[in-house]
Design a protein around this ligand. Structure first.
Ligand SMILES: [Ca+2]
Ligand SMILES: [Ca+2]
Ligand SMILES: [Ca+2]
Ligand SMILES: [Ca+2]
Length: 307
């Protein structure tokens, strides 16, 4: 009997979570918190926690919907509800501005399937932009919705076969977070950094890069902007590349003489501004740790990585 009650209890918890998967935030900008959730299949309910009053939003564009995020996108008081919607095969991004009760819809003929990957400030102006990764007829594209002025900006490149948006971080030390894109075309990887603040992008490629992964985006040199830390392999070599996007350079750290290596931690080990990269490596008869100080390009052995 006890066992069944336990299972019943677990089921109730799971049902409660799926039915009321809720976001919380001050949607109307009055300083108190609302809860936001999908209700009646394809509507958005916003419940005022003080009064218990529920406002319901619906749209003829909404066949199926999911709430992606609650963040300020219109540069006005209150967080907007960012909704990913599909009607038939047409995807849309809808933004509920609960303060005024308006809903703004965004769509594009270039969107086949879409994902909202980030809601961050990309242009250095008030309000967070909605970063959309779209694919249509196998052609990828990034749309940045600038909801504060109800516009959007599209980015594409002949070098993009398949792409992933790995980070949205400041890489150049200027206002706005850059969009870091790992692209592969004809097995050639490339990093594209989209500087939405001036609607441009900068591409990085290297003969060292056969396969490429973005490890992290952190400040390694104590100068404005975060560096992009990459792990590469190529025929006969492997190692770490660090892109300094502010200056446009790439530092190379080969581990080609080791059997294996991996980045264990990025941490400021020496209190000189900027984080060092700590790796562990193995060779045929030995293994160890190494700290890379990218600021001076100095590499030295370490007893551990800590953390
Ligand atoms: Ca707002
Ligand atoms: Ca912005
Ligand atoms: Ca920036
Ligand atoms: Ca830096």
């Amino acid at each position: 009997m006890k066992k069944y009650f336990f299972y019943f209890f677990i089921c109730m918890i799971l049902m409660t979570q799926s039915a009321f998967a809720a976001f919380t935030g001050d949607t109307d900008g009055d300083g108190t918190i609302e809860t936001v959730y999908v209700c009646n299949t394809n509507r958005v309910c916003i419940k005022d926690l003080n009064t218990g009053y529920v406002k319901t939003y619906s749209s003829t564009y909404w066949g199926t919907i999911s709430i992606v995020n609650l963040k300020d996108t219109d540069a006005q008081p209150g967080v907007e509800v960012v909704v990913l919607a599909t009607y038939g095969t047409t995807p849309r991004v809808s933004v509920i501005r609960d303060r005024t009760g308006a809903v703004r819809h965004y769509s594009s003929p270039y969107w086949g399937t879409i994902a909202i990957t980030h809601v961050e400030d990309t242009n250095g102006q008030a309000g967070n932009e909605i970063v959309v990764l779209a694919v249509k007829n196998n052609v990828p594209r990034i749309s940045v919705i600038r909801d504060a002025n109800s516009s959007s900006r599209d980015y594409s490149s002949p070098y993009w076969g398949t792409i992933a948006i790995t980070h949205v971080e400041d890489t150049n030390g200027q206002a706005g977070n850059e969009i870091v894109v790992l692209a592969v075309k004809n097995n050639v990887p490339r990093i594209s950094v989209i500087r939405d603040a001036n609607s441009s992008s900068r591409d990085y490629s290297s003969p060292y890069w056969g396969t490429l992964a973005v490890n992290s985006v952190v400040d390694t040199n104590g100068s404005p902007g975060n560096e992009i830390i990459l792990v590469y392999t190529t025929t006969g070599d492997k190692g770490i590349s660090v892109i300094n996007d502010r200056l446009g350079g790439i530092n190379q750290y080969s581990y080609g003489n080791k059997n294996t290596f991996s980045i264990l931690r990025t941490f400021d080990y020496d209190t000189d501004p900027g984080k060092e990269i700590c790796t562990s490596w193995t060779a045929s008869r030995s293994s160890g740790y190494e700290i890379i100080k990218d600021k001076t390009r100095y590499r030295f052995p370490s007893g551990y990585c800590g953390g």
